[in-house]
Design a protein around this ligand. Sequence first.
Ligand code: ADP
Ligand code: MG
Length: 237
Amino acid sequence: MTWRPFGRREPVLRDIDLTLTPGERVLLVGPSGSGKSTLLRALTGLLGSAEAGELTGGVTLDGAAPGARPGAVGLVLQEPGAGVVAATVGRDVAFGLENVGAPPASMPPVVARSLAAVGLGDLDLETPTSALSGGQTQRLALAGTLALDPAVVLLDEPTAMLDPGCAAEVRAAVAAVAAQGGRTLVVVEHVLAPWVDLVERLVVLSGDGRVVADGPVGEVLHARREELLDMGIWVPG
Ligand code: ADP
Ligand code: MG
């Protein structure tokens, strides 16, 4: 696809041809402004028509339109709290389920399972969302997406604004989701070392919104090391 959103003159994403295999884990990197967040939003179908601009070619997921089932594509944003929608932990995780009309009786076990999956199983459901650390807040956001049983989970620099301890908690939660299997994961991050063992594939966007490398993570890191360093991406030593 080529995409010129936000009423821009130049496309943000150019000639993107990306096929995600169900269950695979992908790290997406590129310099600031290269269109990583825009690409994730394209995958969720989140950009409204006012912003959508001109899209040549489309986005397909497993042959179906993204968002065909609500929650099929989950997105965790960079800013902790950006995705918080309720005053308490329990209500926040249940929010998506309520929105898709899940029967009330079916929700508690799903909420409990989703919180446990991200290491928040011990939190009281009445805990105010405002009392959580940044790392807990990001894991809460992940739990909220998991509650809807997503086929694809997109994480947009989920640890960029966290201290090292909280970042490690979030990575552990993502690793647990990965270990569960069955879901496609796409993670955007600038510091690659902590993620390379969690993904099979590395996709590199250039500053002008093109895919300039795409392949097995070890191969791409080896072949594109200098280019990645030039982009300000922290490549493992
Ligand atoms: P990245 O996530 O790789 O830093 P983005 O996808 O956020 O890149 O941005 C890609 C380009 O689109 C940038 O040039 C950015 O300025 C522009 N852009 C992003 N969001 C908006 C918006 N809401 N309105 C106008 N331009 C935007
Ligand atoms: Mg971004």
